[in-house]
Ligand binder design. Structure first.
Ligand SMILES: [Ca+2]
Ligand SMILES: [Ca+2]
Length: 110
């Protein structure tokens, strides 16, 4: 668990590190908690939810406007956030095998 926190901190510190092939694989490793080289929906949600929880400074499961990056935008619940993540996961899963490869994970959104 401690390792996960360190990795999250690293990911937050360098969100654009996912450019070259090597850093793609490294980026995937942040999500890949069972180490099978691909990211399941559960792994994607678990990892991305860390950043929600990191931003949710009062821990009530809702990001209020003042907890959002830049202090702007609408409040969002953890539930809504995870619903968005699920939708995003399926968008990223280009070959629809239910997992994200390093390439799928780091593809630009469209
Ligand atoms: Ca995995
Ligand atoms: Ca896939």
């Amino acid at each position: 668990m401690r390792l996960a926190c360190v990795l999250v901190a690293m990911a937050l510190a360098s969100p654009l590190a996912a450019r070259a092939q090597d850093s793609r694989t490294e980026y995937l490793r942040l999500f890949d908690s069972n180490g099978d080289g691909r990211v399941s929906e559960a792994e994607y949600l678990a990892y991305m939810s860390h950043s929600f929880q990191a931003m949710d400074s009062n821990g009530d499961g809702i990001l209020e406007t003042d907890e959002l990056p830049g202090g702007r935008g609408r409040p969002i619940t953890l539930q809504a956030y995870q619903d968005n993540l699920r939708a995003q996961f399926h968008k990223l899963d280009r070959n629809r095998d239910g997992y994200l490869s390093a390439r799928e994970l780091t593809a630009p959104p469209r």
